[in-house]
Design a protein around this ligand. Structure first.
Ligand SMILES: Cc1cc2nc3c(=O)[nH]c(=O)nc-3n(C[C@H](O)[C@H](O)[C@H](O)COP(=O)(O)OP(=O)(O)OC[C@H]3O[C@@H](n4cnc5c(N)ncnc54)[C@H](O)[C@@H]3O)c2cc1C
Length: 517
């Protein structure tokens, strides 16, 4: 992550750090991933008397959970009218009911455990900015009412500016996710769960009854049940998840504003995405604006543009007094907007919770609740809704074709796009160059160290793009991301990048230009 891109949540709280696992283990349930999905699963299992083990590659909330907007809502963009059209009424109702259960679970834990996570209750709104969007949100409002959701329609909203109709859901929540998850982890440990940080899983052998996970430090863990709470599933099994999960990045900004604004959670119905919420920290009202979503590796040429656009938007709605934090993160979408929660194949005791489409604070909570049931009783409510076996192809054929073929287009395009010269590369800049006859990525650090990497993604060989804002190399095909030193950060790849050269700028500039002359 770039030094200026630490989320407001990670700046204002740090989840407890648990020790690294340093000896082999045998357990009933192993959970990989310490975000809201993994920690909620551990907590729910511990509540049922299990003693789960959770391993996390870094610290708890290092992933998207620490980089979110913090809304806990059953309003997931325009979704109910889409689910109704594709899967029918009872399916749409089950989706609404299940998400409501997740929201109530959060409310209950905050109350029962007295979690100090600034939980706020307010309506959540989707607003339209043109006639077409207005028609879509009227349809969403009618569907929501029909499903029993406490929805209302605002014909002429005064906030956010430019809105021409808004659907609101009463009783929705927002919170400080890092504080919430940290407290839940603490409670799980008190009930007998074991958590290990700095413990990265690198390989899995599935011998049916027993799953053996090899960790980076050569430690092995044997478990009867394995939960993949790693966002992109750590193990694909028979699902070819990379064809069904689309990585999308988004950007966030937290600020003190010049003018007051009405509380509530807002999101626009159109593009570019704009999500707004209020947070209160130390008695001060903070404005959170998140948006500029795009497929990973395919953002603006200079990713800083995304932050500038969010700042301009914040200026328009409330005036910017003091920017407190800027950050970005990614999440995965499925073709029909519904997550995958459950077993990875029939009768398997490997489970997954993923594809939350930027609504994982409720869906990740739900995954924890459902997976704990599934593991302890063999079944869980809403299994069919979140099953990987539902017909999940998109309601739009165009969208399906675009999503499935785009990675291939990106792969081909990435191999033929022209390379750039090394000369003139600025500190903090990354470029695609030619080095020893192959495409490579060069990054010049602020102390003039340059690192040249083989930037063929270790997942499926797509050439990576440099992400200027985060100082990372991002894959435009399936969302794999690497640091400027080549270290794997997230996504479907399993391996880091090969470092081709590391040294001082003067040394390499002459060598590469001579080679390419
Ligand atoms: C900008 C943005 C804003 C969002 N805002 C909202 C919102 O307002 N409301 C909402 O509901 N949702 C929101 N979301 C989505 C939500 O934040 C995510 O869906 C959710 O946090 C995902 O949680 P998770 O636990 O599944 O994954 P993560 O939080 O990413 O946790 C996965 C963890 O697994 C670890 N891990 C990965 N691989 C391994 C391995 N091999 N071994 C060990 N550990 C590993 C990672 O280090 C990470 O900590 C937003 C998403 C984005 C991108």
């Amino acid at each position: 992550m770039g030094e200026n891109t630490v989320s407001f949540w990670n700046k204002t709280a740090k989840a407890d750090h648990y020790p690294r696992l340093d000896k082999n283990l045998i357990c009933d349930v192993l959970i990989i991933g310490g975000g809201i999905t993994g920690v909620t699963t551990a907590y729910c299992l511990a509540q049922k008397g299990e003693k789960p083990v959770l391993i996390e590659a870094g610290c708890l909330c290092d992933g998207t959970t620490g980089n979110t907007t913090g809304k806990v809502t059953i309003q997931h963009d325009i979704i109910y009218s889409n689910i109704l059209k594709k899967h029918g009424r009872s399916f749409a109702k089950a989706y609404a009911d299940s998400q409501t259960e997740a929201l109530e679970f959060v409310r209950r834990q905050v109350r029962d455990l007295s979690i100090d996570c600034q939980l706020m209750e307010s309506p959540a709104y989707i607003y339209a900015q043109n006639g077409e969007e207005r028609d879509a949100i009227i349809k969403e409002y009618q569907t929501a009412k029909d499903l029993g959701i406490d929805a209302f329609f605002v014909d002429a909203p005064t906030f956010p500016p430019g809105g021409c109709g808004m659907v609101g859901f009463h009783g929705q929540l927002s919170f400080h996710a890092v504080r919430y998850v940290s407290a839940l982890a603490d409670a799980a440990v008190k009930m007998g769960a074991r958590i290990y940080c700095d413990t990265k899983a690198v390989r899995l052998a599935d011998d049916g009854e027993i799953k053996t996970v090899l960790c980076e430090n050569d430690i092995t863990i044997e478990a009867k049940h394995l939960v993949m709470a790693t966002q992109y599933p750590f193990y694909d099994g028979p699902n070819l998840f990379f064809t069904r999960l689309y990585a999308k990045r988004a950007y966030g900004i937290a600020l003190e504003a010049k003018r007051d604004w009405p509380e509530g959670n807002y999101i626009n119905a159109g593009q570019p995405s704009r999500s707004i919420r209020t947070h209160v920290e130390g008695g001060k009202k903070i404005l959170i604006v998140v948006g500029e979503g795009h497929p990973t590796g395919r953002g603006a040429e200079n990713e800083k543009t995304h932050f500038d656009n969010l700042r301009r938007f914040a200026e328009q709605i409330a005036g910017v007094d003091n920017v407190l934090a800027t950050w970005s993160a990614q999440d995965y979408e499925t073709p029909d907007q519904i997550p995958y929660i459950g077993r990875i194949s029939d009768h398997s005791t490997i489970y997954v919770g993923t594809g939350y489409g930027k609504w994982g604070l409720s869906s990740g909570t739900l995954a924890g609740m459902l997976l704990a049931d599934l593991i302890t009783t063999g079944s869980c409510p809403y299994e069919a809704v979140y099953s990987r076996k539902r017909p999940d192809y998109s309601t739009s054929l165009g969208k399906t074709i675009a999503e499935v073929t785009l990675p291939v287009v990106e792969l081909v395009k990435s191999k033929i796009e022209p390379t750039e010269p090394v000369a003139g590369i600025r500190q903090g800049e990354g470029r695609v160059i030619r080095f020893e006859g192959q495409r490579a990525g060069i990054y010049r650090d602020f102390d003039d160290t340059v690192t040249i990497l083989d930037i063929s993604c270790t997942h499926m060989s797509t050439t990576l793009n440099f992400n200027e804002a985060e100082k990372t190399w991002d894959c435009p095909a399936h969302g794999g991301r690497y640091s400027v030193d080549g270290k794997l950060l997230e996504g479907p790849p399993k391996h880091s990048l090969k470092v081709l050269f590391q040294g001082k700028y003067e040394e390499i500039a002459v060598r590469v230009e001579e080679e390419n002359a």
